[in-house]
Structures are given as C-alpha cells and as structure tokens.
Design a protein around this ligand. Structure first.
Ligand code: B1M
Length: 210
C-alpha cells in the first residue's frame, strides 16, 4: 500500500508531523494498527537501523527518525492496545551508576521499543539496587545496562551480583553495552549478552523473547 511506503519514507527522513498525519490517515482508511506499525513504521526503522549499522547514516539522522517513530507510536498506542497486540516482553534499561551518558542508551531503548517491547527507562546514574527493584516491580524479562566510561563499566558487575542476590539471576537476561564494553568483559562479569550497537541489541532482545 502506497500510504505505508510513504509512512516508512517520512519516518526515515525524520519528518514527525508527516508521519503523524499519515498514520492518522491510514487509521481513517481502515488499515489495521498492527499493519501500520509493522509494514509502515517498523519497516522504516529497520531500514534506518541497518543504515546506522553500516555507517551510512549517523546519530542525528537516527535520533530524528526515532522522534518521528515516537510521534507515530503515540498516535497508534491506544489502537494497538485495543486491537490486542501484546508486548513481546518487558525490558528495564538504564545507564549505570556514576555515568551520565544517555544518547546510546536512548537509541537502544528506541530500537527495542520498535521491536514491540514494553521498556522501563530508569535514566542515567542508576544504582544496582534500582535496577533490581525495577526488575522485580515490572517483572522484567531483560535488564539492559549501558556504560560509556571505563570507570563506570565495572558497575555492571554490581548489577549482576545484585540480581543474583535478589534471586532473579536465572529468571531474566542481562544485556550490556556501551563504547568501552566488550564480549570479554561481558563474559568476565557473568552477563548474558553483549552487543555493539543499538540495532543488534534490539535483534538480540527479540531473539531471547521469541
Ligand atoms: Co563524555 N566521555 N564524559 N560526555 N563523551 C566519552 C565517553 C569519552 C570517550 C570522550 C573522550 O575522552 N574521548 C570519555 C570516556 C573515556 C573513558 O572512560 N575511557 C568521556 C569522558 C572522560 C567524560 C567525562 C568524564 C568528561 C569530564 O567531565 N571530564 C564526563 C563524565 C560524566 C559522567 O558520565 N559522569 C563526560 C561527560 C559527557 C557529556 C555530558 C558532555 C556528554 C554526554 C551527553 C549525554 O549523553 N546526554 C558526553 C559525550 C557526548 C561524549 C562523547 C563525545 C559521545 C558519546 C555518545 O553519545 N556517542 C564520547 C566520545 C565518543 O564516544 N566519541 C564521550 C554516541 C552514542 C550513540 O554512542 O553511547 O557508544 P554510544 O552508544 C552506542 C553503542 O555503544 C551501543 O549502542 C549505541 C548506538 O549504536 N550501546 C549499547 C550503548 N549502550 C548499549 C547497551 C546495550 C547494547 C549496546 O545493551 C544493553
């Protein structure tokens, strides 16, 4: 359908008002919310995610596309709930204690939301206690920790230990990432999954909950 293609293209261009307008139009035309989400918006977000991974577009383009995605999702949210599209799972995400960098974490959040998860964003400077409390409160399937500083990445180990102490360790997946984080580091702290970028994080989360 032409309108879905247009939604995808406007989303890739980050044109939030056009995305909102066309999503409303598509609903008026009787197109199912799930189809608008998957064949219009998520299709556009997937294209942007792929381009970002291949360094064909950069952070500003992804952020404005993400903003357009959020604008469209806001219109669709009530319809998605009423048409019975269940979230794929619940993800608790935050930047670890002592660390205020949130651009990468926000991208991971958006990409994971784009895959159909309910995401609880704890923000920045999040202690291991707060990660554990939120995981319990929201019955999380996945806990995502981001760190940008070599001095704060070790806080991820405390999150793993805290989740162990609370008896949650084998009930959820712990994902870690951020510029200084590596697969070796992930293995050394006993986390479950390291991914290098936001699109891969969303793919991994999706695979865990499929
Ligand atoms: Co800061 N900073 N910074 N900084 N800052 C870095 C990280 C640094 C490398 C710059 C440098 O010196 N070259 C350096 C760290 C050095 C180190 O630890 N080895 C540094 C420093 C030292 C500092 C301060 C200490 C500076 C100072 O005050 N003296 C200070 C610390 C503050 C604190 O956190 N307590 C500081 C402050 C800041 C600002 C506030 C000014 C600002 C942050 C604004 C904000 O985030 N709202 C800032 C910025 C912008 C940067 C740089 C320039 C850019 C970071 C960024 O957003 N990149 C950075 C240098 C650089 O990276 N070139 C730098 C874009 C973002 C999309 O990438 O976050 O890596 P990134 O996310 C990627 C992946 O890593 C991955 O996906 C994302 C997208 O694909 N990813 C995950 C991230 N989290 C993931 C989680 C996952 C999976 C993947 O699973 C859960």
């Amino acid at each position: 359908m032409v309108i879905l293609q247009e939604i995808s293209e406007y989303l890739q261009q980050g044109r939030a008002p056009n995305v909102k307008e066309l999503v409303q139009q598509a609903l008026k035309d009787g197109i199912e919310p799930k189809v608008i989400l998957e064949e219009g918006m998520l299709q556009g977000m997937d294209i942007i995610g792929g381009k970002f991974k291949r360094n064909e577009v950069f952070v500003p383009e992804v952020l404005i596309a993400a903003r357009a995605m959020n604008a469209g999702v806001e219109i669709l949210k009530p319809y998605l709930v009423s048409s019975g599209v269940e979230p794929k799972g619940t993800v608790v995400i935050g930047t670890v204690m002592g660390d205020l960098h949130d651009i990468g974490k926000n991208l991971v959040k958006i990409m994971i939301e784009g895959k159909g998860f309910n995401v609880i964003d704890l923000g920045v400077d999040v202690s291991s206690e707060k990660f554990a409390e939120a995981a319990i409160e929201h019955n999380a399937d996945i806990v995502c920790c981001s760190a940008l500083l070599t001095t704060t990445m070790n806080e991820m180990k405390n999150v793993v230990v805290m989740l162990e102490e609370k008896g949650l360790r084998d009930k959820l997946i712990i994902m870690v990432g951020g510029a200084p984080v590596t697969q070796t580091f992930c293995d050394s702290i006993g986390a479950d999954c390291y991914t290098q970028d936001a699109a891969s994080a969303a793919e991994a989360a999706s695979a865990f909950c499929s």
